[in-house]
Design a protein around this ligand. Sequence first.
Ligand code: CTP
Ligand code: MG
Length: 381
Amino acid sequence: MYNNKRVAVILAAAGKGTRMGSEVPKQFLEIGGIPIIVKTLKTFQHMDEVDYIFVVTNREYVEHCRTLVNKAGITKVSSIVAGGKERQDSVYNALMEINLMHPGVEYVLIHDGARPYVSEEVVRSVIETTADKGAAVACVALKNSIRRNGEGGSTSMDRSEFVSVQTPQGFRKAELIRSYQAAMESGYYGTDDAELVERAGYHIELVQGEYQNIKITTKEDLPMENRVGTGYDVHALAGGRKLIIGGVDIPYDRGLDGHSDADVLLHAIMDALLGAAGKGDIGRHFPDNDDSYKGISSLELLARVKSVLDENFYRVANIDAIVIAQKPKISPYIDEMEANVARILDIDKSRVNIKGTTTERLGFEGREEGIAAQAVCSIYR
Ligand code: CTP
Ligand code: MG
């Protein structure tokens, strides 16, 4: 309610998200564990000025949307309406529903379901200006220079003459319906709601929007997801075995015992990577009762872990690892170990840090019974 007048919000969320190219329409993707559509809805739910919310979504997502709305405790949703072919069709469907369910509504705000960062301040100033001037649109100044790209080539334009248009856009309900009906009757499709209202002869007032209020459109608009993982491994030292650490064959009178080449360092690194990706551990991917892994080079296994990361679109930000061994001294081999890991993971060597330590003769490492390794890594997508 604003100045004793009822306010309804239409959330346009019936697009397919073609430019995002994700499996589900972009408004159902999660940011920080919260579906974009829910994040957007919460802002309106929290505002006293907003009485009713009408969500328009793809027909096949209406039930899913209802579940999300209920789970998130969004109580202001009056109806979840099936959308149409174009955004304009979707909004029109919701508008008709508002008229049926709440004919007393005075102002209607329309907002993109794919603009989750909208602030209460911007919504409030769109409502205030709508009440004052009849129609209000949030917009921001352009940051880049612009050129008109015409048939005969491009020409520089005066940036200060333009603004970049956002949502919410607010209107008097009666004028909005009149404008939509006029457009629909003549088969006219506009770029946004303000265009249709302007076309019907009404004035549109600009309201200061916010740069953070972006419309999530392509995958660059999604925040980067960072994850960390940790790994730890131990192998016993035994006679008659090669000592392979970090893919380097180290001359020594004993080697590490195990099913594969027992490369303790690479095993810790692989566990850290798989852990960061939420993909279990090396035991699950390369079981030691499977003969195909007998004696296999752990560099080969690391390449397979890289494939798991690739399949899930993860890149490695950095790895820090430590080899815990009383003997032999590993510092002469560190450079080669780092190069091996970086090569297999296809990252710059500066992203891999390996170090060695002794335990001052304490514990199994100190007694030279075995060697341990620990790793942490950070990955992103
Ligand atoms: N929208 C809608 N109904 C449509 C098309 C779009 O409700 N038929 C909504 C979208 O869900 C989005 C907003 O309008 O919240 C802005 O549209 P846009 O960013 O173009 O989203 P999509 O159409 O889904 O994306 P694309 O154009 O890449 O397919
Ligand atoms: Mg679109």
